[in-house]
Design a binder for this molecule. Structure first.
Ligand code: PRP
Length: 180
């Protein structure tokens, strides 16, 4: 049913799995001997973080933070709102923020600064998708799954009007879906 709204598949289920294996190996190596705290930014992070975690061979903790910046449309408003804060202090922790996409980078810029302000020892970002053409704030995530062009994508956590997060791949939404 959802598939009829998709113009093309941009990142397939298999590619996502391969990305998670690669990023998992890299992060496992980089954080060996440390006990990182992975902070997922809800809601988009859910499928990606779940898949990625399986490939992290580390003593690590996982926490979630609710963050919103789009408020229903297809463009970021830049007005970053924390809808659910962390339950634990981050002072001295090595944090890996898990994101589905870095687009304007306004969200990640605000959250990275906030966690550093709260005393984190280090803050790095792992994102499934990077859309550098959308940047408004200068920011380069340390761990990138795949770089995508400036198209409106949904699936594997990414939504349009809260729909399509449950697609098992990342696809480009047909324009008629969001212009009607
Ligand atoms: C999306 C996405 C990122 C952010 C990226 O979240 O999950 O957090 O936008 O955009 P930016 O780089 O332009 O800031 P959204 O606010 O739509 O909330 P959601 O995760 O609940 O979908």
């Amino acid at each position: 049913m959802l598939e009829k709204d998709i113009k093309k598949v941009l990142v397939s289920t298999q590619e996502i799995e391969e990305i998670c294996v690669r990023l998992g190996e890299q992060i496992t190596k980089d954080y060996s001997g440390k006990k990182p705290l992975m902070v997922g930014l809800l809601k988009g992070c859910m499928p990606f973080m779940s898949e990625l975690m399986k490939h992290l061979d580390l003593y690590m903790e996982v926490e979630l933070m609710g963050v919103q910046s789009y408020h229903g449309g297809t463009a970021s408003t830049g007005d970053v709102k924390i809808t659910r804060d962390l339950d634990i202090p981050v002072k001295g922790r090595d944090i890996i923020i898990a994101e589905d996409i870095v687009d304007t980078a306004k969200t990640i810029n605000v959250i990275t600064k906030l966690l550093k302000y709260r005393g984190a020892n280090s803050v790095e970002v792992v994102t499934l998708l990077d859309k550098p053409a959308g940047r408004v704030v200068d920011f380069e995530p340390k761990y990138i799954g795949i770089t995508i062009p400036k198209e409106f994508v949904v699936g594997f956590g990414l939504d349009y009007d809260e729909m399509y997060r449950n697609l098992p791949y990342v696809g480009v939404l047909k324009e008629e879906v969001y212009t009607k």
